[in-house]
Design a protein around this ligand. Structure first.
Ligand code: AHG
Ligand code: MN
Ligand code: MN
Length: 343
């Protein structure tokens, strides 16, 4: 039998090498535990009572699914008492959630999208959980506020996601590459399945919701037209398209075999700055993509450089294989440098 490295062993060895401290290790262990619990719940489907709407609207104005609420509450509870966090922020909570007074406050802030791909839950398509970890800038032990979370993505100390698919996996980076762990349900434990994942530089797969084509600005429209032209077009090769509708699933495919993922600002979403959330979706994925040798931009700028203005800020996203993301960027740059997203 091939010797297996458990998540615990991997993290302890990384800690010994100075790659992370005990609190960050605890945080990752807790997130792995919540992902395991969610995987079990999700696999029970309709019998776990997690299908359907929760009859509540979240801060983004979206109808919450039951599983959105279950995942959000589970992650909050599991992370409240360990002493490793000072506060949390969730896509499903209007405001920052402080650690309850009765527990010690730690050195990290956790941001998360408890359930990514909500529209796919009821139809048995892969969904996920995305997380991002920042340092708590407050050294005096006081309660963090929204401002403390508004750090550019390059300040992340760790990020990752769990994917609840045919196989349940956890993909994590704490700044020394991207590592994938696979849940062995019989053992109830995570084992290392891929170390230091690398996104292939080139690809022939792209990922975008083409139903919004009529809203696209010309950089995206021109770039996609080029890909669709295939071997008869300027790129001289055939491309294929994939769109799961769960960012986690689309990005997991791209981290595995390459590709480019786009959810651009378009004429429809420009009022709110895009669809995907900078702090819960774009930044953690951008961190993983860069750690795996890819590129992640809003069209022109590196996503990780953007200084957030608000907790639930949205942003345009293009990320994945370097060669493709650079090519898209060149289309944006042909426009006026000052107005890459024209009105
Ligand atoms: P969430 O379920 O957390 O709201 O996120 C859904 C996101 C993302 O996962 C996906 O890529 C995108 O929304 C799909 O949007 P469309 O339905 O517009 O294609
Ligand atoms: Mn999401
Ligand atoms: Mn979500």
């Amino acid at each position: 039998m091939i010797p297996r490295v458990s998540l615990s062993q991997f993290l302890i060895e990384a800690q010994r090498e100075g790659q992370l401290d005990a609190d960050l290790r605890l945080l990752l262990e807790v997130l792995a535990r919540t992902a395991k619990a969610l995987a079990v719940t999700i696999s029970k489907g309709v019998f776990a009572g997690i299908h359907g709407e929760a009859e509540r609207i979240n801060v983004q104005g979206e109808m919450q699914k039951r599983l959105d609420v279950v995942a959000h509450e589970l992650i909050l509870q599991a992370n409240a008492w360990g002493g490793h966090l000072a506060a949390m922020a969730s896509e499903e909570a209007d405001q920052v959630v402080p650690i309850p007074e009765r527990y010690p406050r730690g050195g990290y802030l956790l941001l998360f999208d408890p359930l990514d791909g909500s529209s796919n839950i009821d139809v048995n398509i892969s969904v996920g959980t995305i997380f991002s970890v920042l340092r708590n800038p407050r050294l005096d032990g006081s309660v963090p506020t929204e401002e403390d979370f508004l750090q550019p993505g390059k300040e992340q100390v760790a990020a990752g996601y769990a994917i609840y698919g045919p196989t349940t996996q956890l993909v994590v980076s704490f700044g020394k590459g991207v590592h994938e762990f696979t849940l062995d349900r019989e053992f109830g434990a995570w084992f290392l399945s891929r170390e230091k994942m690398q996104i292939p530089l080139e690809t022939n797969e792209f990922s975008i919701n083409a139903a919004y084509e009529r809203y696209w600005y010309s950089p995206v429209a021109d770039y996609i037209r080029e890909l669709r032209a295939g071997r008869e077009g300027p790129r001289r090769r055939d491309y294929t398209q994939r769109w799961v509708g769960s960012m986690v699933a689309d990005m997991h495919r791209i981290l595995t075999r390459g590709g480019i993922f786009l959810y651009p600002v378009d004429r429809k979403s420009k009022g709110q700055g895009g669809k995907l959330r900078l702090l819960y979706e774009a930044n953690p994925m951008a961190f993983l993509v860069e750690q795996a040798g890819g590129l992640a931009i809003d069209g022109v700028e590196r996503l990780l450089e953007i200084v957030p203005q608000t907790l639930h800020q949205r942003v345009g996203v293009a990320m994945g294989s370097k060669v493709e993301v650079e090519r898209l960027r060149s289309f944006y740059k042909r426009r006026s440098e000052s107005a890459p997203f024209p009105s």
